[in-house]
Ligand binder design. Structure first.
Ligand code: FDA
Length: 387
């Protein structure tokens, strides 16, 4: 039996950050993972350039049953702190849009940086073996990893959520949490494309067409691009609203978010021979599909009332998704280990000393755009202060 001060389960962003910081605070830490390499989701993130944080990361850009839970960790380890770390490692970066920060080079640099930090903390990393029995008795956690048994007074659950199983993602965090008396908020795929039913199939013919929109689900609204796919809808605006969408609900899309009220009647006065499709100033295939559904050809032939109705429909076009593309395609998971059982300051389980949960495993899910990694770093850092 090998003994440590802390065992971290999961060599993703949260686990590596937590282990590195705790190691540098003098703790003897081991990180265990079944994947053959660390940080696989970091490697594929941001199109290979890793959108590693967002300048605007704050709790109001995260979904959680407790919207206040993320405040403490995000406030104590900020996007600026992570940028400072990236710069200390000489990694060049740039802001793409909407506060999203990416490596100029490769996501590999972020993994290498985390491994360097872990090495500086003397962290042991063991990969490529399945996790076996996890036990707890007399204040000591024991974990089987391959042929070894490891023991420590602290256990950090950092095994993420079940999105993208082909990368090694599993729901083990939830099994462990339940086993140790923590509740789990029902996990759902999030930041995921939505599928459309047969009656909305007309739009599938538009596969590949993208346009800037405002997409809405419930009270959430996002001004970004939407993309039609052969199964339904995708693109950043749709991925964002997918985290808020519930089965049975419609989503609304404003296809002309920048148009002034009354723009279609004004267009008729200015150019009565123009067609609705022509007046829409959208990609041609999309404009034609929308105009056909609305049933207006030449603007001059339509009444002002019909054009006002068309304008209202275009500002809140209703789609009725019949599902999502599921965990296979979801960037993250909404839901997870219930925050009610955890300290927002240290991520420690309230009723079981020594148990911690961090990162995507916890019921805290960020918007698209670097928010989820910032939560991984911040929650990992917070737990490391208490280890
Ligand atoms: P993460 O999933 O990274 O790590 C968990 C670790 O636990 C993995 O190494 C896994 O192998 C291990 N594990 C799981 N089950 C196990 C088991 N049963 N036994 C042993 N080990 C086990 N976010 C962002 O902010 N910016 C971005 O650019 C992107 N881009 C992006 C692209 C794609 C395609 C995806 C799928 C996701 C993103 N994300 C993102 C989201 C981001 O990747 C995610 O939120 C973080 O990786 C979560 O970090 P964690 O460390 O919590 O889990």
């Amino acid at each position: 039996m090998e003994t440590f001060d802390a065992i971290v389960l999961g060599a993703g962003g949260a686990g590596l950050m937590c282990a590195a910081v705790a190691g540098q605070r003098g703790r003897r830490v081991v990180v265990l993972d079944h994947a053959p390499e660390p940080g696989r989701k970091i490697l594929i993130s941001g199109g290979g350039r890793c959108n590693f944080t967002n300048r605007d990361a704050a709790a109001d850009r995260y979904l959680s049953a407790n919207p206040h839970f993320a405040k403490s960790a995000l406030g104590r380890y900020t996007a600026a702190d992570f940028v400072a770390l990236v710069e200390r490692h000489g990694i060049a970066w740039h802001e793409k849009t909407l506060g999203q920060l990416f490596c100029d080079g490769s996501a590999r640099q972020i993994v290498a940086m985390l491994l360097d930090e872990a090495a500086a903390g003397g962290v042991t990393i063991r990969l490529g073996e399945p996790l076996g029995e996890v036990g707890h008795a007399d204040g000591v956690f024991t974990v089987r990893h391959g042929a070894r048994t490891l023991a420590a007074p602290a256990l950090v659950i950092a095994t993420g959520g079940p999105s993208i199983p082909k990368l090694g993602a599993t729901g083990i965090a939830y099994d462990l949490a339940r086993r140790f008396g923590l509740k789990v908020v029902e996990p759902r795929p999030a930041l995921v494309p939505l599928t459309l039913p047969g009656e909305e199939a007309l739009f599938r013919a538009l596969s590949g067409v993208a346009t800037p929109v405002v997409a809405r689900a419930g009270k959430a609204a996002f001004a970004e691009a939407a993309l039609f796919t052969h199964r339904g809808l995708s693109g950043p605006a749709i991925l964002q609203v997918s985290s808020y969408w519930r089965h049975g609900e419609a989503i609304g899309i404003d296809f002309r978010p920048d148009a002034a009220p009354g723009w279609l009647v004004a267009a008729k006065r200015a150019r009565p021979r123009a067609t609705l499709a022509g007046a829409l100033a959208l990609p041609a295939r999309l404009a034609e599909a929308l105009a056909e559904r609305i049933g207006v050809g030449e603007l001059g032939a339509a009444s002002d009332r019909a054009l006002a109705a068309a304008e209202a429909r275009l500002a809140d076009w209703r789609f009725h998704p019949d599902g999502t593309e599921g965990f296979a395609k979801a960037e993250v998971t909404v839901g997870g280990i219930a925050t009610g059982g955890l300290s927002s300051k240290t991520m420690a389980a309230r009723h079981l000393p020594g148990l911690y949960a961090i990162g995507e495993a916890v019921d805290v899910t960020g918007w698209l755009g670097g928010y989820n990694f910032q939560w991984a770093w911040a929650s990992g850092w917070a737990a490391a202060q208490a280890l």
